[in-house]
Design a protein around this ligand. Structure first.
Ligand code: SF4
Ligand code: SF4
Length: 401
């Protein structure tokens, strides 16, 4: 770290290694190599501890869709935890629009290949549905957070995130993944209350540092580019694993690898404003293989990516953001692809979605829509396009959106 380094993450090294595929033997070897410069798994777990592994499932989906943390990464981590004499348990409350109930959790585990992996490698999947309101006095926005019981009862958490683009937050890696400790439908309330990306990002930091994982591991073996993080994105073979004890440091390194400007990632801008890091991307490098040796060419950014950054325009930019947001892309479910499954309707935090059985598609009320893109994120059929309309097209051409 150079003299630019911020107050929080300069002592939190990030490691990265190459891993070509999801063969569990190969992932185990890569994981050992990844964690070695950080002290190995022994630095993060102790014998007899119960360790929650928190993957990104979002919704149940086939591993090759690159939406969920791959079961091979979960299995390799579980085996490494067991080697240290601790007990791993996979805890997740998938996506939005789905209740934190046993049946949807089990279905998401099964569709994502976790049930098969758990049976084969002997680790536990948590099906508990309780949660607890936890006080978070140091927080800026989320001073009380609902946290699922599986995480509350664990002695420690290992964050198993996925390397993906995100239409609302630009990038989802370690920090954003921890929003998943909030049970099912409760997540929608945060979107409704914190519709502005920078406020939502501030809340994500509050939650991430409340959970404070022992280590954050990002599965970028098969990552996602384009309009992620759900079926709208495109799987992209990146062939890497990234890890570190601080989620913000890990995300900065991931963004550098993909060529994503950290100034365009609200959570990293919010972290800089809190003094957690300097804002100089070069202050965060990776041990093992340095960022320069990992950089991905032609990574496809999400459709609403503004390389100049969310805070580039200073106070005027901040003042105009809430107004301009009304002209941002709107979700347009498409007849022919829409199956009327209703998942988007359940996910929408402001009840802007309804199902039009006659037109055989979901419909969005643009006057209610807060452009959180939860519907786009959870649609299992990639049936929702995000389109500019009216003045939005003009603002987009002027590079204001
Ligand atoms: S748009 Fe997608 S999520 Fe919504 S009803 Fe249609 S298929 Fe289901
Ligand atoms: S319709 Fe609008 S407010 Fe509702 S989930 Fe979609 S983007 Fe969010």
């Amino acid at each position: 770290m150079s003299a630019h380094a911020g107050a929080g993450i300069e002592n939190a090294p990030v490691a990265a290694v190459r891993c070509a595929d999801y063969d569990v033997g190969n992932v185990r070897a890569a994981l050992r190599e990844l964690l070695a410069p950080l002290g190995g798994m022994a630095a993060f777990v102790r014998p007899g501890e119960r360790i929650a592994l928190k993957p990104n499932i979002l919704m149940g989906s086939a591993p090759e869709a690159a939406i969920a943390t791959h079961p091979a990464v979960v299995a390799a981590t579980a085996l490494a935890v067991m080697e240290e004499g601790a007990h791993p348990v996979v805890v997740e409350s998938p996506g939005m629009g789905v209740a934190h109930a046993r049946l949807p959790i089990r279905r998401a585990f099964r569709k994502s290949g976790y049930v098969e992996a758990a049976e084969r490698y002997g680790f536990e999947l948590c099906l508990d549905t309780d949660w607890e309101m936890v006080s978070n006095p140091g927080a800026r926005l989320a001073k009380r957070v609902e946290v699922v019981g599986g995480v509350r009862r664990a002695d420690g958490v290992i964050n198993l995130a996925k390397f993906k683009t995100h239409m609302f937050m630009t990038f989802t890696g370690a920090t954003k993944n921890l929003f998943g400790v909030i049970p099912g439908l409760n997540k929608a309330g945060y979107h409704a209350r914190l519709a502005e990306p920078h406020r939502f990002a501030d809340m994500l930091l509050d939650v991430a540092y409340l959970v404070r994982p022992r280590v954050n591991i990002v599965d970028g073996i098969l990552g996602m580019e384009g309009n992620g993080p759900g079926t709208g994105g495109l799987p992209r073979r990146l062939g890497l694993l990234v890890a570190g004890s601080d989620p913000v440091a890990v995300d900065v390194a991931c963004c550098r690898i993909a060529g994503i400007s950290c100034a365009a990632v609200p959570v990293l801008v919010a972290a800089q404003q809190r003094g957690l890091w300097s804002g100089w991307e070069s202050d965060v490098d990776t041990v093992g293989v340095p960022v320069a040796g990992l950089q991905v060419k032609d990574f496809v950014m999400p459709g609403n990516y503004r390389g100049m950054g969310v805070g580039a325009g200073g106070s005027l930019d901040i003042a105009l953001r809430p107004i301009l947001r009304r002209f941002n892309r709107v979700p347009r479910p498409k007849a022919g692809r829409c199956t009327l499954c209703g998942v988007c309707e359940g996910a929408c935090p402001v009840e802007a979605v309804s199902l039009d059985k006659e037109a055989r598609t979901a419909k969005v009320d643009d006057s209610l829509c807060i452009r959180c893109y939860c519907c786009h994120e959870v649609c299992p059929s990639a049936a929702i396009d995000l389109e500019f309309t009216g003045l939005g097209r003009v603002f987009h051409r002027l590079n204001l959106l």
